[in-house]
Design a protein around this ligand. Structure first.
Ligand SMILES: CC(C)(COP(=O)(O)OP(=O)(O)OC[C@H]1O[C@@H](n2cnc3c(N)ncnc32)[C@H](O)[C@@H]1OP(=O)(O)O)[C@@H](O)C(=O)NCCC(=O)NCCS
Length: 145
């Protein structure tokens, strides 16, 4: 059985664990999370953990980061969960935390972009009530708050 998972706001001291998490992910997942070929640097991890221009939540299990979700001031967010922790509603819980924060901040909508073949994210968005538009190249999910 996997360790107990806790969803919480990221802390500055998480940068190293976040870097380790990102380095453990397959490149397809990194592509879906960042929308381009990406390898996280220590500098990027420090920036992510500082949360100066975004809000980030993480899922922690057994002292390790196993999921992360970040929302920007325009309401756009992205999420990724470790392959070994999927299908346990962790992605849903991370996105729900972002929606709570977006409401606190007074945002009018939250949205995500993904590829048409990203069935798990599309299903997650649909379950949370996002309106989905498919335009061939990408899928946009929008939830009015
Ligand atoms: C998208 C992602 C975050 C989903 O994480 P997750 O923790 O597995 O998602 P959840 O368990 O909350 O799933 C939510 C719903 O999506 C559906 N779903 C998720 N994965 C699925 C799969 N592989 N097959 C079928 N349905 C799936 C289910 O309907 C599920 O609800 P249910 O189990 O109650 O029926 C994860 O697959 C991931 O990290 N993918 C790579 C990165 C990515 O695509 N990010 C999105 C960029 S915006």
């Amino acid at each position: 059985m996997e360790a107990l998972v806790k969803v919480r706001q990221i802390r500055e001291s998480d940068w190293n664990a976040v870097l380790k998490f990102y380095n453990s992910l397959p490149s397809e997942d990194l592509y879906l999370r960042f929308f381009h070929i990406y390898r996280m640097s220590a500098e990027d991890a420090v920036k992510l953990a500082k949360c100066e221009d975004h809000y980030t939540v993480v899922a922690e299990a057994g002292g390790e980061i196993v999921g992360e979700a970040t929302i920007h001031p325009d309401g756009e967010f992205s999420v990724v969960v470790s392959p070994s922790y999927r299908r346990a509603h962790l992605g849903t819980n991370l996105v729900k935390q972002l929606i709570i924060k977006a409401k606190e901040l007074g945002l009018k909508e939250v949205k995500f972009y993904t590829l048409p073949e990203d069935y798990p994210m599309i299903a997650l968005g649909r379950k949370l009530g996002f309106q989905l538009s498919f335009d061939g190249e990408e899928v946009v999910g929008v939830l009015r708050l």
